[in-house]
Design a protein around this ligand. Structure first.
Ligand code: TYD
Length: 225
């Protein structure tokens, strides 16, 4: 039995395959007649798409606090304009990155501590925390390699002048990405009840999709596998 509105977020280091999995999950839920909104951060609204351009442009220099606040501004707009109205309409919302991305990337990755980022984001999310967060885990080296290969095949339109086709955040050094990855693991302990971790190392897209589906079907109370 479907349990009512549910807010599901997908998280993970760069190149963990979240966007592909978010799309597959949305499609599968729609196939069984579930009303679904698939969205993402940064860039889930028209204001957010402008913020995303700034946030990911390798030619723009942003201070750490400006980056924290622009991510939070994108989120505040997204919560009010898209996510809360959809949940109010009894839809399942699947969001490709949300507050945990700010805690992991800006908190653990840049500041080495999440307290400021958490305080700012408490204002941005306005009480709306995910019901379920799926962390698609991958070693940063592997994730960045996947993204580099993808970027050399198709230039990402939102970015200009990037090195190896990577955006402003992906371009940061491996130590940064390692802190992000380790930070996600700390978050799974801090917010244990809403987190499920799926290790994607060496797994085919379909295998990860099956694991994601099992978690979501169980959480939503859907019987057919
Ligand atoms: P994403 O759209 O997932 O990357 P892509 O589609 O290019 O693989 O996210 C863009 C980048 O923004 C990613 O490197 C993570 C980063 N990010 C943060 O640093 N903080 C945040 O709060 C969010 C939402 C994203």
């Amino acid at each position: 039995m479907y349990m009512g509105p549910t807010f599901i977020t997908l998280e993970g280091p760069d190149g963990s395959g979240k966007s592909t999995q978010a799309a597959l999950l949305a499609e599968r839920l729609r196939q069984i007649g579930m009303p679904v909104v698939l969205t993402r951060e940064p860039g889930g609204t028209s204001v957010g798409r402008k913020l995303r351009e700034i946030l990911l442009d390798p030619d723009i220099q942003l201070s750490v606090m400006a980056e924290v606040l622009l991510m939070a501004a994108d989120r505040a707009q997204h919560v009010q304009e898209v996510i809360k109205p959809a949940l109010k309409n009894n839809m399942v919302v699947i969001c490709d990155r949300y507050v945990d991305s700010s805690l992991a990337y800006q908190g653990f990755g840049l500041l080495g501590d999440i307290s400021k980022v958490r305080a700012i984001n408490e204002a941005a999310v306005d009480g709306l925390w995910p019901d379920l967060t799926i962390l698609l885990d991958v070693e940063p080296e592997l994730g960045l390699l996947r993204n580099r290969q993808a970027a050399s095949g198709a230039e990402k339109p939102q970015c200009t002048g990037q090195s190896h086709g990577l955006d402003r955040i992906e371009q940061r050094n491996l130590e940064f990405h390692q802190r992000v990855r380790d930070g996600y693991h700390v978050l799974t302990k801090l917010y244990a009840p809403r987190f499920v971790v799926i290790d994607t190392t060496g797994l085919a897209v379909e295998t990860v999709a099956r694991k994601v589906w099992e978690v979501v079907a169980q959480r939503l109370g859907i019987e057919h596998g």
